[in-house]
Design a protein around this ligand. Structure first.
Ligand code: ADP
Ligand code: MG
Length: 310
């Protein structure tokens, strides 16, 4: 059996250490400028309550407040990432709670804005395009004016019924224009669905397998802003033209929802192109689609140098 005396001595030593530590932490906590300020604002708090809440006050002291010690959400140093502590008093008791910090709010806002662009098969550089980055040489100036006009209309009175049909040679920046517009619309909380036509055809065909075709068509019918990139470059399928494209455009025309296009063909040229499918030449059907395209968009030429040579 250990002598009681030495057990007691050990306990007292430990206890002394504890007491020392406790006093040190207490002094540090109560000496913290923000905690001092908090306590000064609440003279009603008793010493007993302050001592009882020392752990909460210590936790408050160690955390970054509204990002004062972190550069970004990703480098947040707090226990709960992206949450900032707040001290408050209720019924003469100290409470510690957490609220979302600025960085977390910014991050969440960016995330939800990013979701506003549903782009399918678009290169990264297009997704990062901005209107400000478009070189305003004379050959592009009309197209830029139209783009800026569209944005102005959205800001003034909401979405116009007509989008733009950008056409012009390969590489002049037509797709880039769509990316820049989608990014601008995102800032005004309007979502865009941007799809490359050849992939669109493939996507729809693939959805036969899993029965999702009607949901997909519905999605394109109802998107706030639909952007069809490179119309005329897809496979020549009468079925796709009439049943898919035709019904999406019909719906959007009736509902007054804008569609943007890019194409290497002018509207006249596209009409001839749409008429020619594997099934033969069907001018009436192509004409019907063209009517809808004209209802939902306005033809604008983009010319200039091939940017891909740069
Ligand atoms: P198009 O769709 O007319 O064939 P793209 O939009 O794909 O042409 O543009 C061709 C290339 O030039 C792309 O690599 C694109 O990122 C780039 N580009 C187009 N316009 C600009 C611009 N204003 N500033 C920087 N790069 C651009
Ligand atoms: Mg393109």
């Amino acid at each position: 059996m250990k002598p009681v005396q030495s057990e007691l001595k050990r306990w007292m030593e430990q206890n002394e250490n504890f007491q020392e530590n406790y006093n040190r932490v207490r002094q540090e906590v109560l000496g913290d400028p923000e905690i001092k300020e908090f306590l000064a604002a609440h003279p009603e708090l008793t010493r007993n309550e302050v001592d009882k809440s020392l752990i909460k006050l210590h936790e408050y002291k160690t955390q970054s407040k509204q990002c004062d010690r972190c550069k970004s959400f990703g480098s947040c140093v707090n226990m709960l990432q992206g949450y900032s502590p707040i001290l408050h008093v209720e019924d003469n008791e100290i409470h510690l709670s957490y609220e979302k910090c600025h960085s977390r709010r910014d991050y969440e806002r960016q995330q939800s804005q990013q979701k506003l662009i549903k782009s399918l098969y678009m290169p990264k550089e297009i997704m990062q395009a901005t209107i400000a980055d478009i070189d305003s040489d004379p050959e592009r100036s009309d197209a830029i004016r139209q783009l800026v006009h569209f944005v102005g209309q959205v800001q003034e009175k909401g979405l116009p019924k007509k989008g733009i049909y950008f056409y012009g040679p390969f590489g002049v920046g037509k797709t880039y224009f769509l990316g820049a517009l989608a990014n601008k619309l995102k800032e005004i909380n309007i979502s865009s669905t941007l799809i490359y036509m050849p992939e669109f055809v493939r996507e729809i065909k693939a959805s036969f397998k899993d029965d999702s075709i009607n949901d997909k068509i519905d999605y394109f019918k109802k998107a706030d802003v639909l952007m069809l990139d490179d119309i005329g470059a897809e496979l020549h399928s009468a079925w796709f033209r009439d049943e898919i494209l035709g019904s999406i455009l019909q719906y959007r025309m009736m509902e007054g929802l804008p569609v943007f296009f890019t194409s290497n063909y002018s509207m006249d040229q596209l009409e001839g192109h749409l008429a020619t499918t594997r099934g033969g030449v069907e001018e009436v059907k192509a004409g019907r689609i063209m009517e809808r395209i004209k209802q939902v968009s306005k033809e604008v030429l983009i010319s200039g140098d091939n940017r891909r040579d740069y």
